[in-house]
Design a protein around this ligand. Structure first.
Ligand code: G3H
Ligand code: ZN
Length: 284
């Protein structure tokens, strides 16, 4: 069924695993991620950035594709459609009205008081519709679509606690050294802060920039209260590799199904691997 993230993440935190957010880029990503979730009997969060929604047609298109596939594939595991890095109240409102079951309001670039004010407005509307809300503090490095950062700023634990208490969000993404896109060398995550923030807020934490984080860091993050891990680049790399390899061998191929099919298989296998690594397999 299509659900919000609230119950999914509460259960994950209580049982010591993380639910993956896998970002949609097109139809094949949507197919592959839903197939993986069903085959692994895992809950799943479909992340949709504003850029990806634009590319696919709009929020309504995304919801229709997901609902259609869930029906045709007979998907029984819990699925959330989540706006990733929502840039404004208006954008979150549009996604909610189009049928998204979860939104992230990313006002992390604004001054703290503005972040609290915007996030509170989103929570009020979202909760009225049974939609869950993720908010962010600090700065995740790197670039994802429209979200660009020069450096990395670690979230402040005191501010995290205050944001949570004043807004009523369902989960929190404290930036603690993670980066969108590939890492240059090993990531240097702030586990001390993560533990502190997890304890102070009592909420499931979200780890952005899941691509390239080694398994021992994933396990540590989960043990400190991380219940949602976002992955996009790794699936993009796997799918691009499959297309390149297919077309390198079949140089005369022009039927998109012949090169996007292998891309879809590569995404599905990558996602299944992540679900096992995050511990969400068999937890639907
Ligand atoms: O919001 C999406 C994620 O944080 C994806 O990060 O592309 O580095 O896996 P990634
Ligand atoms: Zn992110």
């Amino acid at each position: 069924p299509l659900v919000s993230m609230t119950e999914m993440l509460k259960k994950a935190k209580a049982e010591g695993y993380a639910v993956g957010q896998f970002n949609l880029n097109n139809l094949e990503f949507t197919q592959a991620i839903l197939q993986a979730a069903q085959e692994e009997n895992s809950p799943v969060i479909l992340g949709v950035s504003e850029g990806a929604a634009r590319y696919m047609g709009g929020f309504t298109t995304v919801v229709s594709i997901v609902k259609g596939l869930m029906y045709d594939y007979k998907v029984t595991v819990p699925v959330a459609i989540h706006l990733d890095h929502g840039s404004s109240f208006e954008s979150c409102a549009k996604a909610i009205h189009a049928g998204f079951t979860s939104v992230m309001i990313d006002a992390s670039h604004d001054p703290f008081e503005e972040n609290v004010a915007t996030t509170s407005r989103v929570v009020e509307l979202a909760h009225f519709h049974g939609v869950s809300v993720e908010a962010e503090l600090g700065v995740v490095g790197g670039q994802e679509d429209d979200v660009v950062a020069e450096g990395v700023i670690y979230a402040d634990p005191k501010e995290c606690q205050e944001l949570v208490e004043r807004t009523g969000i369902d989960c929190l993404a404290p930036a603690l050294g993670s980066v969108h896109g590939p890492y240059k060398g090993e990531p240097n995550l702030g586990f001390k802060e993560m533990e502190e923030i997890g304890k102070a807020t009592g909420l499931p934490l979200v780890l952005h920039g899941g691509t390239g984080i080694p398994t021992h860091d994933i396990q540590k993050a989960v043990s400190f209260g991380t219940a949602k891990i976002n992955v996009n680049t790794e699936n993009q790399i796997a799918s691009a590799k499959a297309v390149r390899e297919t077309l390198a061998v079949k140089t005369e191929e022009y039927d998109p199904r012949k090169y996007l099919g292998p891309a879809r298989d590569a995404i599905r296998e990558t996602v299944k691997g992540k679900m096992r690594e995050f511990g969400s397999s068999g937890k639907a």
